[in-house]
Write a protein that binds this ligand. Structure first.
Ligand code: NAD
Length: 296
């Protein structure tokens, strides 16, 4: 695997902490190998204290691009030269492009595009739909913004009354002003409103992480009456592959029950394209990714 590395090899980084568990290096390096590209992708443990130096390093070393994960997704904004429209609305970045290594850094967010491409792959379109989305943290916000940019008719956001609830208010205001989507934000504790919203929705998205350790025995939906064959149920969690919510939805007849693995794949594919200009060979990478997750 290392034979191809040379004096010409171009580097792409991932900066976050903790990061050693990430599937991204495996995905991107496998894609370079498959396409015979002279690139390498490495993860660097970078937190708030190292972030400014890390971005200087990207410029100084001509690193061609970087993925960015927690806790740097918002903190990196002041160090960048420009932002994509989605990154601007979301107020966060997961991909930085350093075109031709010249030091002009543009921030993008690909989580929302990844989620929508994962839905499309299952035959789910979002335009003119009503969507209920629980959990407006980092990933939920990125998806909300992309849904609005892609023409969702109505977006009903729910969150518990924590910092994410207050932080999302600005994004809700911007979406209502800048797009044609009607967005509302409600307290998740208001169960009757939450249930009524799901009844009226085509798609339910759970971006709370409930269903993942240590909350693997929990689901925000426990009433079978809410599950209809035509309700799309999308949980961002991919480990476990079937959360309590997805198992419940499947058991009660939902036909499209989707986990977060497709989103993981396609947010990476979009970042790959932005940084290298090439299409990721997703069929090959999908096999690798799905196998890795089944083995875990
Ligand atoms: P985050 O911490 O930024 O946001 C978490 C959100 O869930 C917040 O809105 C918070 O208020 C809410 N929440 C937390 N605990 C809750 C509970 N007990 N009940 C109700 N709401 C609760 O996290 P994030 O980065 O947005 O990630 C959210 C989930 O999405 C995680 O499970 C993460 O693994 C998953 N994710 C998946 C992908 C993918 O590619 N599939 C990408 C990013 C995140």
């Amino acid at each position: 695997m290392l034979e191809h590395l040379s004096g010409h090899t171009l580097l792409v980084s991932l900066i976050a902490t903790p990061i050693r568990h990430s599937l991204s290096p495996k995905m991107h390096n496998a894609a370079y190998a498959k396409l015979g590209m002279d690139y390498a992708y490495l993860a660097f443990e970078v937190g708030p204290e190292q972030l400014a130096d890390a971005v200087r390093g990207i410029r100084a070393l001509g690193i061609r691009g970087s993925n960015v994960s927690m806790p740097n997704k918002q903190a990196i904004l002041p160090f960048l030269d420009d932002l994509s429209p989605a990154a601007k609305l979301t107020g966060a970045v997961n991909t930085v492009v350093n075109k031709d290594g010249k030091g002009h850094l543009v921030g993008h967010i690909t989580d929302g595009i990844g989620a929508i491409r994962a839905l499309a792959e299952e035959g789910v379109t979002v335009k003119n739909r009503i969507v209920t989305l629980a959990g407006v943290g980092g990933a939920g916000t990125a998806i909300a913004v992309q849904l609005a940019l892609d023409g969702v008719k109505e977006l009903r956001l729910f969150n518990q009354k924590d910092d994410c609830f207050s932080n999302a208010k600005e994004m809700v205001k911007k979406i209502n002003v800048d797009t044609n989507t009607k967005v509302s934000m409600q307290d998740l504790a208001d169960e009757a409103v939450f249930k009524q919203s799901i009844r009226e929705s085509h798609i339910y998205i759970d971006a709370t992480g409930v269903g993942m350790k240590p909350l693997e025995n929990m689901s925000l939906i426990t009433d079978p009456e809410l599950i209809r064959p035509d309700l799309v149920v999308f949980d961002l969690v991919y480990s476990p592959a079937e959360t309590k919510l997805l198992a419940f939805a499947r058991k009660h007849g939902a036909k499209k029950v989707i986990n977060g693995l497709g989103m993981m794949l396609y947010q990476g594919a979009e970042a790959f394209k932005l940084i290298t200009g090439r299409e990721m060979p997703v069929d090959d990478i999908k096999q690798l990714l799905f196998k890795t997750e089944t083995d875990n």
